[in-house]
Design a protein around this ligand. Structure first.
Ligand code: BEZ
Ligand code: FE
Length: 287
């Protein structure tokens, strides 16, 4: 730091200290920790790559366009976090579970609160498209006992690879969505379609970034689940179609080996496919 009149001005060498010293001792301690570390790593990054003025301007323009693209339906900043692997990292840090408990994966931008509660076995696909599939299994605790009253909130894209909220004028409302509540046996069953792979929205800055990096925007076919029951940690997850070609290069890094599910041929007269998956819930920390 330079000290012409005993004042510490900004220097390249002591850039982190210059910025972090401005934080008040009275600021929230966690905020001080998070911002102090952010500044440290941000400056280290700029020094590591010797960030040029033009690159800095490009980054500012990119972030500005990312923000401008956001509204109630389009969550471009979450998409950015997703494709950088940050969403999955934060999810992993915050959802460490004992072995045997069902693992989380990314929530994604297409969950909608308030889906209709449906009867067990009911069909969630309302547009008549796609290959029909029976999804079934149980919700269990770590001792293998059924969990009664577990709420499964499920959603997926349609056979054309779009969620209902992406095509409000084309798809029926609540297409491929529903809530199912388990009884004494912890069992669930519903009918839908075999999920198809789809590209994440790539007509904005995040899509341009992926293209510039030679990355594709595709996600392997999956069914989304939020499984919640009183006294247990809520699981936000998907089941993945086990032979999907995009499994090993999911654009948002959401695939986990424990979430792969075989889709087997259904019985004559019922659905074309069947998919079984048991969810195992971890007890919530009473604190
Ligand atoms: C999804 O699976 O719905 C999703 C997740 C992350 C980004 C885009 C879509
Ligand atoms: Fe999805």
């Amino acid at each position: 730091m330079s000290t012409a009149k005993g004042i510490d001005y900004f220097t390249e060498a002591a850039s982190v200290e210059s910025v972090n010293a401005r934080m008040s001792e009275d600021a929230d301690p966690r905020l001080r920790q998070v911002m102090g570390s952010l500044v440290k790593h941000l400056h280290a990054f700029a020094k590591d790559v010797e960030l040029t003025q033009a690159e800095w301007a490009t980054a500012i323009g990119f972030l500005t366009r990312t923000g401008q693209m956001c509204d109630g339906n389009r969550k471009e900043f979450i998409l950015l976090s997703d494709v950088l692997g940050l969403s999955m990292l934060v999810d992993a840090i915050n959802n460490r579970r004992p072995s045997g408990a069902t693992e989380n994966t990314v929530l994604g931008p297409f969950h909608v609160e308030g889906a209709p509660v449906r009867a067990m076995g009911e069909m969630i696909s309302l547009d008549g498209k796609g290959e029909s599939c029976l999804f079934e299994g149980r919700v269990l605790d770590l001792d293998g006992k059924p969990v009664k009253g577990a709420k499964l909130d499920v959603w997926c894209d349609n056979a054309d690879g779009y969620y209902d909220v992406q095509q409000p004028d084309i798809q029926p409302k609540w297409n491929n969505r529903g809530i199912f509540v388990t009884g004494e046996d912890g069992a669930y069953a519903f009918r839908g379609i075999r999920p198809v792979s789809y590209p994440i929205p790539d007509d904005g800055p995040v899509g341009q970034m992926l293209a510039a990096l030679g990355r594709h925007p595709n996600r392997p076919g999956h069914m989304h689940f939020i499984v919640a029951a009183e006294g247990y940690e809520t699981v936000v997850t998907h089941t993945f179609v086990a032979d999907d070609p995009w499994l090993t290069s999911d654009a948002v890094f959401g695939v986990k080996a424990s979430l792969l599910t075989e889709f087997v041929a259904g019985e004559a007269g019922d659905t074309m496919w069947k998919s079984r998956f048991d969810f195992v819930l971890n007890r919530a920390d009473p604190a």
